[in-house]
Design a protein around this ligand. Sequence first.
Ligand SMILES: [Zn+2]
Length: 259
Amino acid sequence: MLEVAPVRAFKDNYVWTLRDQTHAAVVDPGEARPVLDYLAAEALRLVAILATHHHPDHVGGIAELVAKTRVPVFGPKGEPIPALTEPVSEGDRVSIPELGVTFSVLDIPGHTRAHVAYYGAGSLFCGDTLFACGCGRLFEGTAEQMYASLAKLAALPDDTKVYCGHEYTLANIDFAKAVEPGNRSLAAREQRDRRRQESGKPTLPSTLGDEKATNPFLRCREPAVVESANKYLGSRIVGPRISDPIGVFAAIRDWKNRF
Ligand SMILES: [Zn+2]
C-alpha cells in the first residue's frame, strides 16, 4: 500500500510525498526546503520528482532538489518544467521501481495548456485541475477543455484518493453551498472537513466519490446546479437560459472567480 505524506509548502500548497521506509518521491515541490527537511528528518532518499504543471508554486524547488540528488524529473511535455528529464503525456507510464509503483499519465488541460495528472495505486495526483470541492482557474485553457479534463478524472473509480495541490477545501465548500444549498452530502462534508482543519489535519485526500457528490464543477447536469448557474447569469446578462453542461460549467467558474 502506497504511503503518502503531506509536506506543506508556502501558505497552502502540498508537496505530496510518496514513501516507504527508505525512499521517497515528491509531487510538485514548489519549495525545496520543506522537502529537504522532511527527507532528513525521516532518513529518506529521494528517488523521483513528478510535476503536474509549470506554475512556480509547483516546480520552484525542483532545481535545488536535483542539484542535490540527481533524480529523474517527470513532467508534462510542452511545459517549461525546470530540469525535466522525462517529458510525459497521455498514455505514458511513470514507474518508480524503488517504491514499487507505476502511474498512468492523463492529459488534463485547462488550468495550464499541458497540465497532467498521475493515476496509480488507487491514487490521483491532479495538481491544480480538480480541487476538493472545486477546480482550478482557467489560465491557459478553455471551459470546454477544463470540463473534458474534469470528466476524464470523474470517470475513474469512486474510491480513488484525490491528492490536489492546495488546501482550499473550506473556502471551496462555502462556494459550493451557494451553488447547491440543499445538498446534504455537502453539509456532511463541511462538518467533517471543518473538524479535520480544527484539529490541524489536511482535509485531503478526498475521494472521487466525495467529489462527485459535492463538487459543483462535477455536477453541471444536476438541476440545482443548472438553476443556480442561470440565476447567476441572469443577474449579469440578459440572454437565453442555458442547460448544456459546458455552459453551466463556464458560468459557475466565472461566478467562483468573483465569489
Ligand atoms: Zn497552478
